[in-house]
Design a protein around this ligand. Structure first.
Ligand code: ADP
Ligand code: MG
Length: 722
């Protein structure tokens, strides 16, 4: 029988009233109801103003203050008509979370009355201070001011609580000297860089009308739901988002019976609540299903422009967490909340395209389209080969480290999976089997008849960190709790850089070879010769690949964040980011120091939790059970029986080991190294293994100690009871 506090939790779950039903509403009624959409703006704004803002959205640039004033007025009127008294500048600091600065519209008048006020200046410029956001030393606190400014490409929306409505304005967050303090600014810059280079290549390929090229993103979000009654008894889940102890349950995910199984009703009610809110916010939620691990689920939206998709992804995480609370769940976005069952990722589906040429990563119907596709695809291949370590660095967090390479998630070696058909095409290019036909001026073999590469479920590789899926790439190694901004910045930037290289090469070839197809094939072949080593279609989990990747292909294996984060300090990354105008050396360095600090803090918090939980919960439970056990053994001996004392002996020995291991962890925690890189390694290679050792012992004890004494909800309870 479980301990009394666990029993109480179980009873409260069994007696939990169902969440209040909401009258169903149609998609039409819900869709973007709480968004100040382009259509809403069109209705509210004078024509020239609307046209001006539309142009800013399409081509970027600053909003004129006179335009901003009119827009602000309309936005305020709309928000007030919906019950808002406050507005908030929402921004995205380097913490992976969203931050908000709220202000009232209220403006007291001399006569004791108040009016609601909101100007263009307040729309395009807020001053959140924000001196305590991690900024990696860009600003020292005495010049702590930073300001936020509306990102016109992302619409304003309303956030509702039972007690009121707030107008939310998505913003960039920069210092007074112009440095990016957030994740949105580099994303916008990386998109602009990619657009610049894509325009150039498209022009070289003979296109005359070329609309702005934008990146798109659809992010599949995995998450766990655990009943809050259990979480209340687990300090580790509360503070670290993952269980630091817990013996594997007798039944785990071996049966694969949860994956795509019927969604439990309580969970489905939760999901429908989430989707309803997302629809009101104009977020196109599209799929929901059970994931592999018990208690694990997924939500995926229809893809959108990367910048908007990123804001929407942040909102989705916020809505998941807040809605879970109302349904008596805790939504865990940690990448590895439970050992021994699958962790959670966030597959970032990414493509680039525009209104005139369409999706540039979609093989087309004509030879010309296919040539264009192959060149853009080759640019991706080169980018991943040149800058794979950067892709590893932008997914490096303390939590994601537990998932990568654990035989359930992509390895920490970054390679590209193309699928057998496309891989064969590139192989032919490399072998010189695919050549431009001089007579016809078109391509022979393959390219004019590119096989249908649309996504084929039989041809997917789940062991690859980065896979082509028919008309986009899927970055599968991204962590479930992460902002998708960092990965998208990396992808856009390495693509920009590689398109630039390809365009340079193509221009050079075209000086001596007038036929575009022939020149292009030469460039494609050179790209494959230099960078084809990054293409891998086999089993990414196998140890043979780990060896081959490093020894034969020269790819890097960066197993933990301690190896991956310092990539941000490499000269070639500094040059890449500066050359493409995405991050200055100072901005890049500040990111390294913030992410390194977060990594170290996360591990130190966990280490302290281990000490606290062992000393105040686990040791007391173990020793009180042990003394009861010993008493009973003594009583039996008193009766002349000779009872088996082996369990008591084992528990006693394990308990001693646990205390010794805990002391070692405490010692190591005090040993603070001052050099950041050494500090990272200390976390990864000293603290984590020591924590793991304590855990091993505690989990053994869990299997021996009376269930009625065990203070922590078990894996069985947390994963299976809801
Ligand atoms: P799977 O689980 O098979 O990968 P899903 O349907 O769950 O597929 O998710 C696919 C994701 O890819 C969705 O979020 C979808 O919007 C996104 N996606 C589809 N096409 C594109 C594209 N061209 N660019 C970016 N994302 C895309
Ligand atoms: Mg999926």
């Amino acid at each position: 029988m479980p301990s009394s506090q666990r029993l109480q939790a179980i009873e409260s779950i069994q007696n939990r009233p169902a969440a209040a039903a909401v009258a169903p509403e149609s998609l039409n009624e819900l869709w973007a109801r709480d968004v100040f959409t382009l259509a809403a703006m069109k209705a509210a704004l004078p024509k020239p103003i609307f046209r001006s803002i539309q142009a800013t959205i399409r081509h970027g640039g600053k909003l004129d203050l006179s335009v901003a004033d009119v827009v602000a007025q309309a936005m305020k009127d709309w928000a007030i008509s919906r019950g808002a008294n406050y507005y908030a500048h929402v921004f995205y600091p380097l913490t992976n979370l969203s931050a908000e600065k709220h202000d009232g519209f209220i403006s007291p008048q001399g006569d004791g009355q108040v009016i609601a006020e909101f100007s263009g200046k307040l729309l395009v410029q807020g001053e959140p201070d924000g001196s305590s956001f991690p900024n990696g030393g860009i600003r020292s606190t005495f010049e702590a001011r930073g300001y936020t400014a509306w990102d016109v490409t992302s619409p304003a929306y309303l956030m509702e609580t039972p007690n009121g409505v707030t107008l939310c304005i998505p913003t960039v967050f920069v210092s007074w000297t112009g440095e990016a303090l957030d994740k949105k600014t580099p994303l916008l810059r990386s998109n602009a860089a990619m657009n610049r280079q894509a325009q150039r290549l498209l022009r070289l390929l003979g296109n005359t009308e070329i609309a702005p090229v934008n990146s798109s993103c659809g992010a599949e979000q995995e998450y766990f739901l655990v009943d809050s009654a259990f979480v209340a008894l687990r300090p580790d889940l509360q503070l670290a988002g993952r269980s630091l102890f817990g013996a594997p349950p007798a039944k785990g995910q071996q049966f694969d019976d949860h994956y795509f199984g019927a969604i439990p009703e309580r969970v489905q009610v939760f999901m429908q609540d989430v989707e309803r809110q997302l629809y009101k916010l104009g977020i196109p939620a599209k799929t929901r299903h059970n994931e592999v691990a018990p208690g694990q689920f997924e939500i995926a939206p229809f893809h959108e422009a990367a910048n908007v998709a990123t804001d929407h992804q942040q909102l989705t995480m916020t809505v998941l967490k807040s809605t879970a609370k109302r349904h008596g769940f805790t939504c865990l976005l940690h990448e590895k909340p439970f050992a021994g069952v699958n962790g959670s990722g966030k597959h970032v589906n990414w493509s680039v395209g525009n209104a005139t040429q369409g999706n540039l990563l979609d093989p087309g119907k004509t030879p010309h389209d296919n040539l264009q596709f192959l060149l853009f695809c080759a640019a991706v291949i080169r980018g991943v080969h040149r800058f794979g370590p950067l892709m590893r660095a932008v997914i490096a967090t303390a939590s994601n480290d537990h998932r990568l390479g654990a035989n359930e998630a992509p390895p920490a070696i970054i390679s590209v999976y193309l699928g057998s058909q496309l891989e064969a095409v590139f192989q032919q290019i490399l072998n010189g089997d695919l050549v431009g036909s001089p007579e016809a001026g078109v391509l022979s073999l393959g390219v004019d008849t590119l096989p249908d590469l649309t996504k084929d479920p039989g041809d997917r590789n789940r062991t690859s960190p980065f896979a082509f899926t028919g008309n986009r790439f899927e970055f599968r190694a991204v962590g479930s709790g992460q902002s998708v901004a960092g990965p998208l910045v990396a992808l856009n930037t390495i693509l920009a850089d590689s398109i630039q290289w390809i365009a340079d090469e193509l221009e050079r070839e075209l000086q001596s070879e007038s036929r575009l197809e022939v020149a292009s094939l030469k460039v494609l072949r050179r790209t494959m010769e230099l960078h084809g080593a990054v293409i891998f279609g086999g089993d990414g989990y196998s140890s043979a690949w780990h060896r081959m990747a490093v020894e034969e292909r020269g790819l890097e294996n960066l197993p933990t964040s301690a190896e991956a984060l310092p990539v941000l300090q490499r000269p070639e990354i500094r040059e890449l980011m500066e050359r493409q105008g995405v991050l200055s050396p100072l901005e890049l360095e500040s990111r390294f120091s913030v992410y390194a600090e977060q990594y170290i803090l996360a591990i130190e918090v966990e280490a302290r939790l281990v000490l606290r939980m062992v000393r105040t919960q686990i040791y007391p439970a173990v020793s009180s059970y042990l003394s009861r056990l010993i008493k009973s053994l003594q009583a039996q001996q008193g009766l002349g029986l000779s009872p088996d004392t082996s369990v008591a002996t084992t528990i006693g020995a394990l308990s001693n080991t646990m205390l010794t291991q805990t002391a070692a962890l405490e010692n190591a925690l005090q040993d603070e190294s001052h050099d950041t890189n050494a500090h990272l390694r200390h976390g990864a290679h000293t603290l984590l293994p020591l924590m793991q050792a304590v855990r091993g012992t505690v989990d053994s004890l869990e299997g021996l100690v009376d269930d009625g004494s065990w203070p922590l909800p078990t894996y069985q309870e947390m994963l299976f009871m809801r």
